[in-house]
Write a protein that binds this ligand. Structure first.
Ligand code: AMP
Ligand code: MG
Length: 348
């Protein structure tokens, strides 16, 4: 029987989304009041926790912004900008600044990761059924034929101050699933700040991004989920940063023999990536960059990821190996609290 990790998750979270809480701690004074809201968008459950006087207006504006971006980036909505790009049959398409920004980051990390992140992977992802929830294990020959239509280097993105255009070769299609949530998180944070918010946490289906610290000035505690069970194995203490995880457990199905296939695909062969990494968490300032890197690092494995870390230098990472070991970069030594039996090694 097939099992879908994500659907179960969405069912539970859909119930939670019905709850819109406005908790006002009257006796603690106005500055510590919190507004919390949750909703489904971008194929996941999203929640905002916002402090400060303008919290409710700010959260509502950020929610509107998320929904605006979903309408641009959705690969399943026939009216989205991504769908227009995917149905252009080789013609050039004028795109918004947001879509251009996301694609530009994806192409840059595609380059840096040696193609581990490939924004043109859509035909392969679709064949596995990861966007339609109609899962199947494709034939190897089918994957090989589809992979001829996968190559981020073939994307022509022209960024002009007044106009942005994209051209894909005929038959190519893009999927922004690996980067869109991080970008939307950045935009939500931007809107909250524009609305005067100095303390907030947004959670895009496990991608956590923060404004400032908690109202009492202490850092946010972001739990890191175990890829092996439903527990949290540790905590990252952060402020003004994003914590983005790519995990094999986030979306998967099982075939009739109980073999599990997850949603992060290695563009080298079209199969779920097997790099020895079962969960990759990236900490950094840009949610979009963290999101792009989390997917790329999951595909690349620890050794190549450490090389990218040395080249870019503007993020930190925490990896869990399939042998149950935790690997972290040195910048996390002070802020990661291991609450599990797993050993922690520092990446070179
Ligand atoms: P994330 O959860 O950020 O790691 O993104 C995973 C999503 O990105 C998948 O559900 C696919 O839609 C897409 N995807 C999977 N593998 C790749 C890849 N190697 N490069 C680009 N996008 C991918
Ligand atoms: Mg990602």
């Amino acid at each position: 029987m097939k099992k879908n990790g994500k659907s179960k998750y969405l069912k539970i979270t859909a119930l939670v989304s019905a709850l819109i809480l406005n908790l006002t701690a009257c006796d603690l004074g106005e500055d510590t009041s919190v507004y919390q809201t949750g909703f489904i968008s971008m194929d996941t459950y999203i929640s905002f926790t916002v402090y400060g006087n303008n919290r409710e207006n700010a959260a509502k504006a950020a929610q509107k912004e998320t929904q605006r971006l979903e309408a641009l980036f959705s690969v399943t909505d026939p009216n989205s900008e991504v769908s227009k790009i995917n149905s252009a049959n080789g013609a050039s398409v004028k795109i918004s600044d947001d879509t251009a920004n996301v694609i530009q980051t994806a192409l840059r990390i595609g380059e840096i990761s040696g193609g581990a992140l490939d924004v043109t992977l859509r035909p392969v992802i679709q064949e596995w059924g990861f966007t339609s929830d109609e899962y199947k294990v494709p034939m190897e020959e089918t994957l090989n034929i589809l992979l001829e239509k996968v190559d981020y280097k073939a994307v022509e993105l022209s960024i002009d101050p007044t106009e942005k255009n994209i051209t894909l070769p005929n038959g190519f299609e893009i999927d922004l699933g690996a980067v869109a949530k991080g970008y939307a998180g950045d935009k939500a944070i931007e809107i909250l700040k524009e609305n005067g918010i100095t303390s907030a946490l947004v959670n895009f289906g496990g991608n956590v991004q923060t404004v400032g610290t908690k109202p009492d000035g202490t850092k946010w505690n972001v739990a890191v989920r175990s890829p092996f069970d439903e527990s949290n194995f540790g905590v990252l203490k952060i402020k003004d940063q994003a914590v983005v995880t790519s995990g094999a457990y986030e979306r998967y199905f099982e075939d009739e023999n109980g073999i599990r296939y997850h949603h992060i695909i290695d563009p080298a062969n079209g199969y779920p990536a097997r790099s020895g990494i079962v969960s990759a968490t990236i900490v950094g300032e840009s949610g979009c960059l963290c999101d792009a890197l989390s997917t790329a690092v999951f595909v690349m494995g620890a050794e190549k990821a450490a090389e990218v870390y040395r080249i870019l230098g503007n993020f930190e990472m925490l990896l869990v190996t399939d042998e149950g070991k935790i690997l972290i970069t040195e910048g996390l030594e002070e802020i990661f609290e291991n609450r599990s039996e797993m050993t922690v090694d520092i990446l070179p």
